[in-house]
Design a protein around this ligand. Structure first.
Ligand code: 13P
Length: 253
């Protein structure tokens, strides 16, 4: 089996001004300077991308954005494109986070264009997928994931599939303190990998699949030890350098 490099990504959401971001990165860098064999990324607000990328240059910390528009440029007031993010120093971008889907109408049609657009600009796309509590209770989890994975990755050719990162975030576990049980996380992430295998056996083994939803320092090690879990997407616990560094430290395997 191909060894996949674990990825621990923090998602700051709409937190931290540039000054707060700078204070954070100065606190984080010494805590992760000796990390080896794990990638560390922080998904920051647009206004923090350039300063964070400058401060993190040469360190193990990568700077990602939280969303982008699918077109490289155009009359789309308020939007930011992949080439703009790449030039500002971002190395990746979250796409299809459930908050973007639910609150800002990010659609599967747009995502089908955004994922290849990110790749074209050299950004690592982290595609977020996941079910609501009602969908889980109704036995619709696998159907939902099959649809999201099929629709959102429709524009990605097999030759680039392995560069995508998938973040499985059960919506009922986001910001709620309710974390998926290890069995739920393992079973669902194994299902997502089986969907990727239907596309391409070889690439499926190289795609990293993260778990997200109430990951904290005290539950990270157990989740990260699961066979199919290649890292974590961390919201609230990424806002303090200390707790985020502890989660990064839990990846040893
Ligand atoms: P929490 O870790 O705060 O539950 O947020 C998860 C998330 O949405 C990360 O993208």
């Amino acid at each position: 089996m191909t060894a996949r490099t674990p990825l621990i990504a923090g998602n700051w959401k709409m937190y931290k001004t540039e000054a707060e971001a700078e204070e954070y990165i100065q606190a984080l860098l010494p805590r992760v300077s000796t990390v080896q064999g794990t990638e560390v990324a922080i998904c920051v607000p647009f206004t923090d991308v350039k300063a964070m990328a400058d401060s993190a240059r040469g360190s193990p910390v990568l700077v990602y954005a939280q969303t982008m528009h699918e077109r490289p440029e155009g009359p789309f007031t308020g939007e930011v494109s992949a080439p703009m993010l790449a030039e500002a120093g971002a190395q990746g971008v979250l796409l299809g986070h459930s908050e973007r889907r639910q609150l800002f109408g990010e659609s599967d049609d747009a995502l089908a264009l955004k994922v290849p657009a990110a790749l074209r600009s050299g950004l690592t796309p982290v595609l977020c997928v996941g079910e609501t509590e009602r969908e889980r209770d109704g036995g619709e989890t696998e159907g939902k994931l099959r649809r999201q994975m099929g629709d959102d990755l429709a524009g990605v050719g097999e030759e680039r599939l392995a560069e995508i990162v998938i973040a499985y975030e059960p919506i009922w576990a986001i910001g709620t303190g309710r974390v998926a049980t290890p069995e739920q996380a393992q079973e669902t992430i194994a299902f997502i990998r089986s969907l990727l295998r239907e596309r391409d056996e070889g690439a499926a083994e190289r795609v990293r699949i993260l778990y997200g939803g109430s990951v904290k320092p005290d539950n990270a090690a157990e989740l990260l030890a699961l066979a199919d879990v290649d890292g974590a997407l961390v919201g609230g616990a990424s806002l303090q350098a200390d707790s985020f560094a502890q989660i990064v430290g839990a990846t040893a395997r």
